[in-house]
Ligand binder design. Structure first.
Ligand code: ADP
Ligand code: ZN
Length: 433
């Protein structure tokens, strides 16, 4: 069995606990001294850094969430001066939702080794060529995997996303050994390869490093078949680091969390108390070593489970399940974060009834987004030309706010089912979970 850093990846629970406790004490003091938001929240809660001795005291610390990052946009939660920040990244969130994160030189080094661990867990070595088809740019996917491939000593092929024909040509001509991209793009590449009559069993490609969005076991099987590879799941989020937070090993029974750098908690979303292994709850992360942007008890809104059971690969890091949904209503459509509330905002701005329904589906491998909007009686009595102008305007506004195109369907007043309880705004037919 190969590991990138065996001494830590297979360390005993006692050693890991010791590392986590030491680092937690240090980081709590660090953020208290450097980031006003933490100092204020901790003072309010009556917690001093010296009250936190180890993970058993985590519960005393206040939570952070995406809204805090928006409220302090762009750099209000940075813990170092900008001259020590070597790189900035931002979440793929659209207008008004974007958040910015920073990395010091050490943070980038750590990130590289976290990703190198997952590449090794996927069976790669420095002899391999890693084809990176995640987007390069502010999105953490491209440069994150790139950094890991560099760290491991692989040959990186920084293709970035898009231009499928070129991706396939490069895969064949350069002989990519591993492919890193979103699972939906991998599906699309697989299908396109088949259509183009490429015999993928003749290609060196043997591993896929896929994440950043939910995907199913069926998708895994289909990608593995069409590209003739073994597909590995990776989990990460911009706020915590980007790709490299957790990774699958050859056992493919959950993703090992890089516990020397992150603490994972699974909490009951109502009571905020930890739930036992195997039970679903909200995933909360604490960064133990980040310098520029260390988040403490960040509520990811992702729902998942963990297990401390021994893994056949020999790694001792706790394993998390695939996220099984979210506590908020965020949808990930074609890799873009979409909140129903954004659609509601547009409708209200245009003085329309907030009666709408979002229908997400998947045609072939591409997500589709349809917004059904109920016309007000007033609008309904407008001329056909006026209504079609309205439809066009709404389509444009939605596209500019969401960052992806939605098909707008106008329906007659009173036709969208009213609910007796919470309105059911979203119909997701993709069957991702
Ligand atoms: P971006 O959209 O820029 O990638 P985010 O940080 O907003 O960045 O995306 C992180 C979210 O993506 C996670 O909170 C989770 O919901 C989802 N995600 C990331 N990796 C996976 C994965 N392997 N499986 C399912 N969902 C994932
Ligand atoms: Zn394992």
């Amino acid at each position: 069995m190969e590991y990138y850093q065996p001494e830590i990846e297979t360390a005993s629970r006692e050693e890991l606990d010791k590392i986590q406790n030491e680092r937690l004490r240090k980081i709590v003091k660090y953020v208290y001294d450097r980031v006003p938001l933490y100092r204020e929240r901790m003072d309010e809660a009556g917690v001093k850094p010296e009250d936190v001795h180890g993970t058993e005291d985590l519960y005393k610390l206040p939570f952070t969430q995406k809204q805090d990052l928006r409220d302090t946009y762009p750099f209000g939660m940075f813990a170092v001066p900008m001259e020590d920040v070597e790189r900035l990244h931002a979440s793929s969130g659209t207008t008004g939702k974007q958040i910015v994160v920073g990395y010091t030189k050490n943070d980038l080094d750590t990130w590289g080794s976290m990703v190198a661990r997952q590449l090794v867990a996927a069976g790669l070595t420095k002899k391999d060529k890693v084809h990176v088809a995640y987007g390069y740019g502010l999105f953490t996917g491209g440069l994150g995997i790139h950094e890991g491939a560099r760290r491991l000593g692989c040959t990186s092929i920084p293709v970035s996303s898009g231009n499928t024909a070129r991706q396939l040509a490069i895969m064949q001509d350069f002989g990519s050994d591993a492919l890193a991209c979103t699972p939906s793009y991998a599906m699309y590449l697989g299908e396109s390869a088949q259509k183009a009559g490429i015999d993928t069993s003749k290609l060196p490609l043997r591993a896929g490093i896929f994440g950043a969005e939910p995907w199913t076991e069926e998708m895994r099987k289909s990608i593995e078949k069409s590209l003739n590879i073994k597909a590995y799941d990776i989990y990460g989020l911009t706020e915590i680091m980007g790709p490299g937070v957790a990774y699958e090993c050859s056992a493919q029974k959950g993703m090992h969390v890089n516990e020397d750098h992150f603490i994972i908690e699974i909490l009951d979303p109502e009571t905020h108390k930890p739930v036992p292994d195997g039970q679903k709850g909200e995933i909360v992360f604490t960064c133990l070593t980040k310098e520029a942007f260390p988040l403490i008890r960040f509520r990811t809104k992702d729902i998942g489970t963990i297990t401390h059971e021994k893994c056949s690969c020999g790694r001792t890091f706790v394993r998390m399940s695939k996220p099984m949904g979210r506590t908020d209503d965020m949808l990930i459509i074609r890799g873009v974060n979409v909140f129903p509330s954004q659609i509601e905002t547009v409708l209200l701005q245009m003085e329309q009834s907030p009666n709408y329904q979002i229908i997400v589906d998947r045609q072939g491998v591409l997500d589709t987004l349809e917004v059904q909007v109920e016309l007000t009686e007033e609008k309904f009595s407008d001329t056909v030309a006026d209504i079609s102008k309205f439809e066009k305007e709404l389509t444009e506004k939605l596209k500019s706010l969401l960052g992806i195109a939605a098909k707008v369907t106008l329906v007659d007043p009173g036709t969208i089912a009213r609910s007796e309880g919470k309105a059911k705004r979203v119909i997701d037919r993709r069957k991702l979970i």
